[in-house]
Design a protein around this ligand. Structure first.
Ligand SMILES: CC(C)(COP(=O)(O)OP(=O)(O)OC[C@H]1O[C@@H](n2cnc3c(N)ncnc32)[C@H](O)[C@@H]1OP(=O)(O)O)[C@@H](O)C(=O)NCCC(=O)NCCS
Length: 157
């Protein structure tokens, strides 16, 4: 996967879940996100079936031209035109521009859902994520009390 190669983002399906479990258990992904449990395929399938029925969220996988997953993102807690989001890139593919490509799709999806604002929380030490979000128009609105995390918000245009 080179930096000039396009990606396609599609709604998450069960065949993406083994990659999701692998990534969620990878220390390079866990360093950036807040997750305390070890992910298992069984629990993730159970989570997915519930999530797929949940109208307040939409989960996606982005794949490279050969069909292998390169990133996943989700728009969650959708209410009153605003929502939270998450994003992670396959651990072997960090720092190759996939986060940037994924954000383009994420914000298009947010627009398609009619959202006017998206928000997230990010570890203050997660420089690549903070930089990525700032590049896409997010700004820091505060800190999460008691955690070394920033709250960030962007207007969807
Ligand atoms: C954070 C994450 C989504 C960024 O995606 P990525 O594909 O690795 O990053 P990109 O190559 O698109 O680069 C995004 C920006 O971060 C910078 N960057 C990338 N890796 C970096 C590093 N190791 N240190 C500092 N900056 C870095 C890039 O230079 C780029 O900034 P620029 O546009 O100003 O040049 C990805 O690394 C990831 O999934 N990390 C683990 C999970 C996570 O942290 N998710 C976000 C939680 S809020």
């Amino acid at each position: 996967m080179g930096s000039g190669e396009p990606i396609t983002c599609v709604p998450l399906v069960e065949e993406h879940l083994p990659a999701r479990v692998e990534w969620l258990n990878d220390p390079r992904v866990r360093a950036g996100i807040t997750i305390s449990f070890q992910a298992s395929l069984e629990d993730t399938v159970t989570w997915f079936r519930k999530a797929a029925e949940d109208e307040t969220r939409a989960d996606f996988a982005c794949v490279s031209q050969d069909g292998s997953p390169v990133s996943m993102f989700g728009i969650t807690d959708i209410a009153d035109g605003s929502a939270a989001l998450y994003l992670y890139v396959a651990p072997d593919l960090h720092a190759k521009g996939i986060g940037r490509l994924t954000m383009v799709h994420l914000l298009k999806e947010a627009q398609r859902l009619g959202l006017t604002e998206v928000r997230l929380e990010v570890k203050a030490e997660n420089t690549s994520a903070v930089r990525l979000y700032e590049r896409f128009g997010f700004h820091v609105t505060g800190e999460v009390p008691g955690e070394a995390k920033l709250k960030m918000t962007a207007v969807v245009r």
